[in-house]
Structure formats: structure tokens, C-alpha cells
Design a binder for this molecule. Sequence first.
Ligand SMILES: [Zn+2]
Length: 265
Amino acid sequence: MREEQCKNGEKIGKLTPLKYWGKNKRGQKKWLFKCDCGRESIGALCNISENYVNCCIICSRRKHMSADGDTMKTSKYWRLYKIWESMRSRCNNKNNPRYPTWGGRGIKICQKWNDNYRDFKEWALKNGYDYNLTRTEQSLDRIDVDGDYCPENCRWINAEQQASNRRNNIIVEYKGKKYTMTQLAKKFNIKTPYVIKRRWEKGLRDEELVAPAKQEFFVEGKYLTVMELSKKYGVDSSVVWARIGRGDTGLRLVRKKEKTWTKNN
Ligand SMILES: [Zn+2]
């Protein structure tokens, strides 16, 4: 679609597509763009979007530069700026090696933070960000590990909390058997045991503990998670999971159990 847009000469943000520029090492198509400021730059199509790269690098820096010049290494908020930058990259940039566990898993950044470093900074300062601390002493944490980067789901945590998040060799039970979180994550192909840990702490058990992140199923014209289906149709989530395991789809996932007829009926 973006390629169509380029071929039609349609602008993406401040970028006007000029011409196709061959492929990069990864085989991704590149285009030459002209930014509104007059600079020409080449970019991989997969990264160009209204939400991510939508102007040249100089304009981008200028746009996100705060009054203190946080994009400069000498700024006391340099660490904060890097946190913001790397969050955006792993959620939006398909070339980032960490993209599969973030953006690829459906983790997004709220519009305000994504579009504007200053909004993120304002939240950070109000919520205990301390520029005197290092990366290992304080980090940005999402409360619900399957949730997005947004004010409601984020907090700053200290080294001790980080360490406890990393302690994943806690034994948990799955269907009556004991596993370490790491074993369970491996068994169910979940990228990180941290996901299991968070769910366990939330009180999720069995199928909900090991469910693929944000997996949704199509029922009556809508994509819903198993928990949402269970709520909407009044069918226990374990029943829905069992049916998914059997290969059922659509309404078959949420039908009420058939009545058992006896001869006396
Ligand atoms: Zn520009």
C-alpha cells in the first residue's frame, strides 16, 4: 500500500516520494524522499509511515528536541531520550532485532507518546523518573506485560524490582504439574518467562497462563480474546481453549454445552 502511495507521488507526513532507490541489504525496497524542509533522504519503505518515520532525520530531531536539548549527550535527560527512542524503535521499526518480541507481538505506544517526546517526558517527570539514576538503577516497566506503552500501564521500577522481574525460576503449576517459568515459556513457545510471571501474579492459571499473547478469534464478525469470548457468551474459558485445541472455529467455540437427554425427558 505504501508502495502504491509512493508510486502515486502521495506524501507520507512531510516526505514526498521522488523515486525508487533499489533494495537494501535485507532486500527491502528503498525510496528517495524529499522532506518539506528541502532535504533529500533515502529510506526503507517498511519504516516510512505516518506513525514512525515521517520526515527527515534533522526534522525529526528538531521536532522531538525539548527545551533542554535532550537529544544531546550532554543533557541530563539524555538517558530518558534514549529510553523513548529505543521504545519507539522496538515497537515500530521492523528492522530492529527486538521488534518480534515487541511491535511484532502487538505491543504499541499510545499516540501521544509515540508522536511527541515531550509528552512522554512530562509523564516521566511526574511519575518519579530520576535523572541521577542509571539504566540499571531505574527502568521503564509495563505493568501488564501484554499491554501497551501508555501512562496507565507504565511505571518506573528500581534495581530490586527489576531483579525480581528477572527471577524466573520460580516454580509454577500448570494443570497439576510443576514447571519453572522458563520451562513453561519454552514449552508453549512464549518469548519470555516474564510473561508467565506476570500472568501468574495476576492470578491467571492453566490455559490463560500459557496463552499466546493477544491471540484473538473470529466469532460473529468480531475478533475477541478467549477471555472476552468467555465473558460475552458465558462459556468457561477452559472450554473455549479446549475447543480451540480441537480445531473448532467461530460460533462452535462458544456454544453452550448440549443438553444431555435421558429417556425420561
Ligand atoms: Zn526535514
